[in-house]
Design a protein around this ligand. Structure first.
Ligand SMILES: [Zn+2]
Length: 276
């Protein structure tokens, strides 16, 4: 046995001996992450780098697509486009490492308030038991994005009201797609994950041929990196305050009132981080 092999052998034996039955079992730190996406590409645009970072940390990520994005201009029929876009989402998820995908197939461009949808989201959230949830932010200019925010918030408020004792409140981070955030309360350095994010986004070929989202989001994340001094590329979020959801229920505000917008409160601290 060569010296180096012998040293390695002794190291393995000694380490094994020292650890046998004396070390406490390592606790699992795997978090459950739930990402709500109005259309099949929004998760990658808004938080693809953070998703890749979660996967790298061993977290369980579930992506939920509210619509299959069948209403955008395309050479495909709406039926064909739905199939194409779900395949693109699946291919993009493969690159990021996301294994759990849920396609809800609500009408693209017509996502609306409905007690049934809220009840379904409530069930999904309870079943998934997320530690962290990603949704679009409240001021995104696309109405499906805004409605996704409102529906998920209403489902969370409903859970909060019904099961205050046993409910472990997840961190809710609101991401930017069509409209950049005005107030940022959480930032994530995604420099090491930017190539994966762009590769995943480029799987959405039906969308990239309409708008160069890959170039746009690379520029946005670069801008965030510089302005927030957070690596070369950075994703920014607004943190949803749970106190607001409590207030929402206390005041019995109904989201289907046309001019009501559930609001987030701007916070300036960055008390949550994605990776342990
Ligand atoms: Zn979208």
């Amino acid at each position: 046995m060569k010296t180096i092999d012998l040293l390695f052998f002794l190291l393995v034996v000694c380490t094994g001996y020292a650890n046998s039955g004396t070390m406490p079992e390592k606790k699992s730190l795997a978090l459950n992450i739930l990402v709500f996406s109005p259309h099949p590409d929004d998760d990658v645009i808004g938080c693809g780098g953070s998703i890749a970072k979660h996967i790298k940390s061993g977290h369980n990520v579930t992506a939920v697509y509210m619509t299959s994005g069948t209403a955008c201009p395309s050479r495909y029929s709406p039926e064909e486009l739905g199939i194409v876009r779900e395949k693109e989402a699946t291919d993009a998820a493969d690159i990021l490492g996301v294994q759990n995908l849920i396609f809800l197939r609500y009408p693209d461009g017509g996502l609306a308030y409905s007690p049934e949808v809220i009840a379904m989201l409530e069930g999904l959230i309870k079943q998934t038991k997320p530690d962290k949830i990603y949704i679009p932010h409240k001021n995104d200019s696309h109405k499906d994005h805004k409605m996704t925010y409102q529906l998920v918030c209403q489902a969370l408020a409903s859970i909060l009201q019904k099961s205050l004792e046993e409910w472990k409140q997840p961190i809710v981070l609101c991401y930017e797609v069509w409209t950049p955030l005005q107030y940022v309360s959480h930032k994530e350095n995604i420099t090491d994950y930017m190539p994966l994010k762009i590769a995943a986004l480029q799987k959405h070929a039906s969308q990239i041929e309409l708008v160069r989202f890959d170039k746009a989001v690379k520029a946005l994340n670069r801008y965030r990196g510089i302005m927030k001094e957070c690596g070369r590329y950075c994703e920014c979020f607004e943190l949803l305050k749970w106190s607001l959801l409590k207030k929402t229920h206390a005041a019995k505000i109904h989201l289907h009132t046309p001019d009501h917008n559930l609001d987030t409160e701007a916070v300036t601290t960055e008390s949550f981080v994605v990776t342990p």
